[in-house]
Design a protein around this ligand. Structure first.
Ligand code: FPP
Length: 247
């Protein structure tokens, strides 16, 4: 599922959108303001990615750990998601962006789940850009879920454990069908993955930016892509010139 060693342009970009809270605090505003500004940044980034030919974009909107935030912040975030779906989904669809949600949606309110289902039902088949919104998502949850699904098949006698290989396992992950990210960006200065796409990011190029998410935009995406283009992806192998020397 990973692309080849060519790193000129990332077909799939994943983003940990971090720094909304600090952005708001720097302006002495409530954290919610930061999330609102974060939503606008997401819109700009989606538009830009569509324009420049990125095929898949996966964004971490709400992690399974984010429920531990103050109740008021969580509830404001949920309101923001609802309003974003109302406001943005149709336009995104019209512009050839297919939205998909990855994560355990069952913990969201029935109203939000209904809205999500309505958006999914309208998602175009043909798309320029696939937008995966990770909501109540965690990489460990994803892997555990896949293991549980395969375990159930084994229990039902439909699968032999020896037939489990990486491709089959991957087909059970929330991102399937889809590709693994070529480039994984984290904004906001922290340098960790925070339980995002643990399996899928095995060979992603990592790019950490100090820019807080609400300030992230086309120029920062272009800078990340330039950095990516300068990398060499070997997927555990060695570079051709080194291979010649070794041979
Ligand atoms: C992390 O910043 C951001 C989030 C937990 C929420 C991300 C949500 C958005 C970008 C809003 C729009 C999303 C959709 C899908 C409509 P933080 O609050 O952890 O920032 P901090 O590290 O500065 O505290």
């Amino acid at each position: 599922m990973a692309s080849d060693t060519q790193t000129e342009f990332p077909a799939h970009i994943a983003i940990v959108m971090d720094g909304n809270g600090r952005w708001a605090q720097q302006r002495s505003r409530p954290r919610t303001m930061g999330h609102q500004a974060g939503q606008k940044a997401l819109r700009r980034v989606v538009e830009h990615c569509g324009r420049i030919g990125v095929r898949e974009l996966t964004v971490f909107a709400f992690s399974s750990e984010n429920w531990n935030r103050p109740e008021k912040e969580v509830s404001r975030l949920m309101d923001l998601f609802m309003r974003a779906l109302d406001r943005e989904a149709n336009e995104l669809h019209q512009n050839g962006v297919a939205i998909r949600f990855i994560g355990d949606l069952s913990k969201f309110s029935p109203e939000l789940q209904e809205k999500i289902q309505a958006v999914l039902a309208r998602t175009p088949q043909d798309c320029r850009l696939r937008l995966n919104v990770a909501a109540n998502y965690g990489g460990r949850w994803d892997i555990t879920n896949a293991a549980r699904a395969l375990g159930a098949e084994i229990k039902a006698g439909a699968l032999d454990p020896t037939d489990i290989d990486e491709a089959l396992f991957e087909s059970q992950l929330a991102t399937s069908p889809g590709s693994c990210p070529d480039l994984l960006i984290r904004t906001g200065g922290e340098t960790r993955i925070s339980n995002f796409l643990l399996w899928q990011a095995a060979y992603s190029e990592l790019y950490f930016s100090p820019v807080l998410w609400p300030d992230f935009g086309p120029a920062e995406i272009d800078a990340a892509i330039s950095a990516y283009a300068a990398r060499e992806r070997r997927f555990g192998a060695i570079h051709e010139s080194a291979q010649q020397k070794a041979g």
